[in-house]
Structures are given as C-alpha cells and as structure tokens.
Design a protein around this ligand. Structure first.
Ligand SMILES: [Ca+2]
Ligand SMILES: [Ca+2]
Ligand SMILES: [Ca+2]
Length: 439
C-alpha cells in the first residue's frame, strides 16, 4: 500500500483509538487498542471497513464479540470471541494489525449460549474474577454449547450438572476434578456413555423359579409363577386345588392334587372324564343268551297272586343296585303297569311303581328305584316284579347260577316269593341293573 494512503489511515486509526479508550465499568480496567498486536485463532467473522470505528459499532451489536483485530493493509476487521486476557498465549505481535478490546457492554465469557467458554480457568482469566455457578461451555459436548456448574476455587466443571446429559440416561454420573466418569445403572450394561438393558431372562443362570415365567423389562425383570403355582416368582409352590376348592371336578368325582395341576376321576358308579361324570348303569344278566322266548302270561287283576316274578341273589362284594331290566311285550307295543321290589331277607327295603312303555322290537325295558341301594356282600336279597297287563311278554328260560358283574360275583337262586312260575332258570327279570364304572 502506498505510503500516502497508509499515513492518513494510521492517523485515523490513532484518533479512533483515542476516541474509544475509556473506562470499563464492569472490570474497572482501562481498555485501549494495541498497535502491532493481534489475537490469533479466535476469529468468528470479518468485515470490510474503511475505518476501525465501523468495527467498534459492529462489535457492540454482536454478543459474541469480545475484541477485534484491525488489519490495516486490508481495511478489514477480524472479530474475536475471546479477549487477550482469556487467551494470553494467542496474543502475539503482528505489524499489520492492531488489537481492539470491545469498548462497551462486553458479555462475560460463558454467560450466554452463543459465547461458551472452554474451561473455568478461561472464564477466570477473561473476567478477572468470577464466582462459582453455571456457565456455558463448548468443551463438554462436541458441537454444542451446554450449561454446567463451574467451581471457581478448584476450576473444575461439574460435567454431571450439564444441561445436556453427558452419560447415558440409564447411567450414574460421577464428577471428578478435571473430568468425570459414567457407570451404567443396575440392570444395564455398557461403558456409561451408552447403556443397554440386560436381558435377565436369557441369562444362563435362572433368575426365576423353575415353575415361573420370566419377563424382561428395561432395567429389570419380573417373575410370575405359572398356572397351578403360587409365590413371588422366585419361589413357587404347587397349589393344592383339591383342598383349596379351586378344582373343577364333578361333584361325583374325586380330586387328586398333582404338581402344577390336579386330576379328577369319577367315583365308582359313575363314568366320565372327572370334569363331567354321569351315572353308569351296568346290566348284570341272568339270561345266558340274553335272548327271550315268548309266552309269559299275567293276570289283569292288580291283586292277583299269579303276577309276581321273583329271584334271590347274593354278591361276594359290595355293589350298588339301581333297578331291574324286565322283558317287554312279546307282540306290538303297549304300556305295562309295573311294581318292583327289593327285599333283604324278609324285609322290604325298596319299591317302585309306574307305567312303562314297552315294544316287542326293543324287547326289554328298565325300571329304576327312586334312589340307588347299596348291596352288601353275603346278604340274601330278593328282587320281585309284579306286572299287570292282559298282554303276554317275553321271558327267558336260560338263567345262570352265577355271573360276574361290576367286579363281583352274583349268585342266583329260586325265590320262595315268586308266584308266577319263575325260578333260577326262567323268569321275567333278565337282568339286575348295577351302578358301576366297570360294566
Ligand atoms: Ca469435573
Ligand atoms: Ca432387563
Ligand atoms: Ca396342584
């Protein structure tokens, strides 16, 4: 640049220097431009300006501006976001430049987001004195300005207090002098900056009881006892559904507890899966062929003595009697008026009277007592049937002396109570009906 141009600029620069030299109310220090010096490495913006005075006003408008270098040869100012006090190591001699501190309303370093500090030390140097508190820093998280507590006595940043967390959300942060570290919380694994949930349910050693289901959650897990067990999931005990009354066995079934469940089995005399039990009727046949012959006649007189069929029987074990199977009408179909009786010895212990439909195509019909009767082993019983009808019925003539029925042996004998010619070998009662699960 020609000397005749440089000279007036230098004069103007000197005059401006003198004009902006003033007392700084905040620091109490005198600030003035320094010819032949510059701050290196902190330029955030530049401006072409014929006079540094223009830069003074521009600097006042930007909160980031802490100082500027006036480049005499280029008529340019370089705005710095630091002062020479903050970065004395970068304040260097440069014959083409002058250093200008901001003259008014300089924003303290680290006090706003747009002007983050690097360290607590830097703030201390920049401001001369500073109190402990929260400041903005650019060095805690790269590329962003975060607010964090600064202890001005130790000049340590408490990174754990940063407005943007430095550790994983599932980590604990520990501040140290000059640094910090992160450790993942219980239930998480990782380096603390990044933490992943531990899947406890897939761990090699079981965390829940063998009889529990494991559910993984973020940071934890839980166990619930499987159906049929009770407990906290770590320890599960079998529920005894039979004593607790929570089983769904049929009222005519027996409940048996098992580990994790229970079983139901129908009581003797019933058949089914235990949840549903129905009465099982088993015919105990006297007729060997179970095939009838016709020709059995009756009196239509209800009081006629010739109408009673009878058979004595004994069992070698206890069994339950429900009723008798009778031969039906030998031709066509009709209704029979029937009375059945059961005697133990000479005592009448059960009786049932009713009208029963009968058809020659079906051959037999059943007559049941109103309730079942327990037949005791060894006792002699007599079964009788009185039928009042003008029709003839089927009958059998191949009666057996004994039969195996429902797990017992039944012995048949001619009864003295008959008045219709019936005997052990022939009669109108072809079968006793037992109630038993084993027919
Ligand atoms: Ca620290
Ligand atoms: Ca987990
Ligand atoms: Ca159980």
């Amino acid at each position: 640049m020609p000397a005749r141009i440089v000279f007036p600029i230098l004069v103007v620069a000197f005059l401006v220097n003198s004009a902006i030299t003033q007392k700084c109310p905040a620091s109490g220090r005198s600030e003035s431009s320094i010819f032949g010096w510059m701050l290196r490495g902190h330029v955030y913006d530049t401006l072409l300006a014929e006079l540094p005075f223009t830069c003074v006003f521009k600097c006042r408008e930007d909160n980031r501006c802490q100082s500027f270098n006036w480049v005499i040869s280029l008529l340019t100012c370089e705005f710095n976001n630091r002062t020479k006090e903050a970065r004395p190591e970068d304040f260097i001699k440069n014959p083409e430049r002058s250093y200008y501190p901001r003259d008014l309303k300089r924003v303290p370093l680290g006090s706003i987001q747009e002007l983050p500090a690097a360290t607590c030390d830097e703030i201390k140097r920049s401001e001369g004195q500073a109190v402990s508190g929260k400041y903005w820093f650019s060095t805690i998280k790269s590329g962003t300005s975060v607010l964090a507590y600064c202890n001005m006595k130790t000049t340590d940043i408490d990174e754990c207090s940063a407005s943007s967390p430095v550790c994983d959300i599932n980590a604990n942060c520990f501040n140290t002098r000059g640094s910090y570290y992160c450790t993942c919380k219980a239930g998480y694994t990782g380096d603390g900056k990044t933490c992943q949930d531990i899947d406890e349910c897939s761990a090699s050693s079981a965390v829940c009881d063998d009889n529990a289901n494991c559910f993984n959650t973020r940071g934890s897990y839980y166990c619930t006892c499987k159906a049929g067990f009770t407990g906290d999931g770590r320890n599960c005990q079998d529920v005894d559904e039979c004593t607790a009354g929570t089983h769904d066995c049929h009222t005519s079934a027996t409940c048996a507890n098992t580990k994790g469940s229970f079983t139901c089995s129908c009581n003797p005399g019933y058949t089914g899966d235990g949840k549903t039990c129905s009465i099982a009727n088993c015919d105990c046949w006297r007729s060997r062929s179970r095939s009838p012959s016709s020709g059995w006649g009756y009196s239509t007189d209800p009081s006629g003595s010739g109408n009673v069929d009878a058979i004595d029987f004994q069992t070698n074990g206890d069994v339950i009697l429900s009723g008798y199977r009778l031969w039906g009408v030998s031709s066509g179909s009709t209704s029979f008026q029937v009375t059945i009786r059961l005697y133990r010895g000479s005592n009448l212990i059960a009786e049932k009277t009713g009208s029963y439909a009968t058809s020659s195509s079906v051959k037999t019909f059943e007559v049941h007592f109103s309730q079942v009767i327990s037949i005791r082993a060894g006792a002699t019983y007599t079964a009788t049937a009185r039928i009042v009808t003008s029709a003839r019925s089927f009958a059998h003539t191949d009666g057996v002396a004994s039969a195996s029925c429902s797990g017992v042996t039944v012995t048949f004998k001619t009864s003295s109570k008959n008045s219709n010619g019936s005997s052990r070998s022939q009669g109108q009662i072809p079968a006793l009906i037992f109630r038993s699960s084993q027919c």
